[in-house]
Design a protein around this ligand. Structure first.
Ligand SMILES: *[C@@H]1O[C@H](CO)[C@@H](O)[C@H](O)[C@H]1NC(C)=O
Ligand SMILES: *[C@@H]1O[C@H](CO)[C@@H](O)[C@H](O)[C@H]1NC(C)=O
Ligand SMILES: *[C@@H]1O[C@H](CO)[C@@H](O)[C@H](O)[C@H]1NC(C)=O
Ligand SMILES: *[C@@H]1O[C@H](CO)[C@@H](O)[C@H](O)[C@H]1NC(C)=O
Ligand SMILES: *[C@@H]1O[C@H](CO)[C@@H](O)[C@H](O)[C@H]1NC(C)=O
Ligand SMILES: [Zn+2]
Length: 301
């Protein structure tokens, strides 16, 4: 192959730079997704757990949580799925599906709420061979990921700053953007400060709190009177409310976020991870439980 000409190198460089710039963080970090799913696994009914095990790829070793970061890992291959990780509002602290659930071309339903309902519908065709033209393994892996995402407050946030992606900040001494702080930095700092950097220790603490600090709240977390579809819309409403009340509050470009921000925000992050887990279990139990039991046995395992 001939050596590339300078113009070609320049072009390559431009392409690379634009690829990097276009890259939008698309989720809780890996840890957040794994934790949400580990919590969900504790609340699955027997039928749901069996269906999940059957749908998971062999590489999952029977554990849903190992596949929960998958949707981020395939985001270059499945570029079409990029808008499904989040939803944007026009700078408002309220969420309205008709107004806000679409991709950048205006295609309705192409947002995290539409995706949760979409993959729920697909999974409802499980064991119904006449309707199942979908790859339900992928439907499950997408669903489990997006239920996590919709609970990250900055995944339902302002269009103008791309859910905090364009707001540059310092997290203590490190450069970051606000979106990344909520996807990753707060979770990492909590794990380091409180749980000896151990993910399972943190999951256990969150799980213990279900029967402790959060025991009075859980019936509300699970309250979903929408029988036609999921309550993803409600979770989005909560997220953008939290984005305004906690994530964006008192933040401006180039600010340094430290102890004040961390100590007042990390309980919100812990709660959202736990809520995501409970609600993922609720959705999966509704889909797969033959007895159609909507309630989650709260003290399971
Ligand atoms: C949601 O937005 C649509 C379209 O802008 C509007 O027609 C509708 O009234 C809004 N719904 C609520 C509850 O505000
Ligand atoms: C629904 O799922 C199918 C199959 O993965 C996908 O092609 C489509 O874009 C999805 N739509 C939404 C709104 O999630
Ligand atoms: C379903 O999707 C999984 C994950 O992408 C893939 O490994 C598997 O081969 C797919 N199954 C079929 C039948 O296409
Ligand atoms: C447990 O719940 C209480 C009450 O909401 C909360 O203040 C605390 O931060 C929670 N603990 C953990 C480990 O999440
Ligand atoms: C559940 O939610 C519905 C609708 O949001 C509300 O009317 C009802 O009071 C809630 N029930 C409980 C037990 O919180
Ligand atoms: Zn995501």
């Amino acid at each position: 192959m001939a050596a590339p000409r300078p113009q070609q190198l320049l072009l390559l460089l431009l392409v690379l730079v634009s690829l990097l710039a276009a890259r939008r963080a698309e989720a809780w970090g890996k840890e957040g997704h794994i934790m949400t799913c580990k919590i969900a696994e504790k609340y699955l009914s027997e039928d749901a757990a069996a269906a999940v095990r059957e749908l998971l790829p062999a590489a999952a070793g029977g554990e849903l949580s190992t596949m929960c970061p998958w949707a981020d890992e395939v985001r270059f291959r499945y570029h079409w799925a990029s808008p499904l990780h989040y939803a944007n509002t026009p700078g408002l602290c309220s969420f309205n599906s008709t107004r806000d659930c679409h991709d950048s071309n205006g295609v309705q339903g192409m947002c995290v709420i539409g995706a949760i309902n979409n993959y729920t519908d697909q999974l409802l065709t499980y064991k119904d061979s006449t309707k199942s033209s979908y790859n339900l393994t992928e439907s499950l892996m997408f669903l489990a990921h997006f239920v996590g995402d919709v609970h990250q407050p900055l995944h339902v946030a302002f269009e103008e700053d791309e859910g905090g992606n364009t707001i540059n900040v310092h997290w203590y001494k490190a450069k970051a953007n606000l979106h990344h702080v909520w996807d990753v930095s707060i979770v990492d700092t909590v794990m380091k400060n409180l749980y000896n950097k151990d993910l399972d220790t943190m999951v256990e603490a969150l799980h213990r709190n279900m029967t402790n600090g959060w025991s009075d709240d859980i019936s509300q977390w699970k309250n979903c009177t929408n029988t036609q579809t999921t309550c993803a819309n409600d979770y989005a409403v909560e997220s953008v409310g939290l984005a305004c009340k906690y994530a964006y509050k008192d933040v401006e470009e180039d600010i340094t976020l430290g102890d004040d921000y961390y100590f007042s925000r990390y309980p919100v992050v812990e709660k959202r991870l736990a809520q995501g887990g409970i609600r993922l279990a609720l959705i999966l139990n509704r889909i797969f439980d033959k007895k159609k039991v909507d309630t989650i046995p709260l003290y399971a395992q």
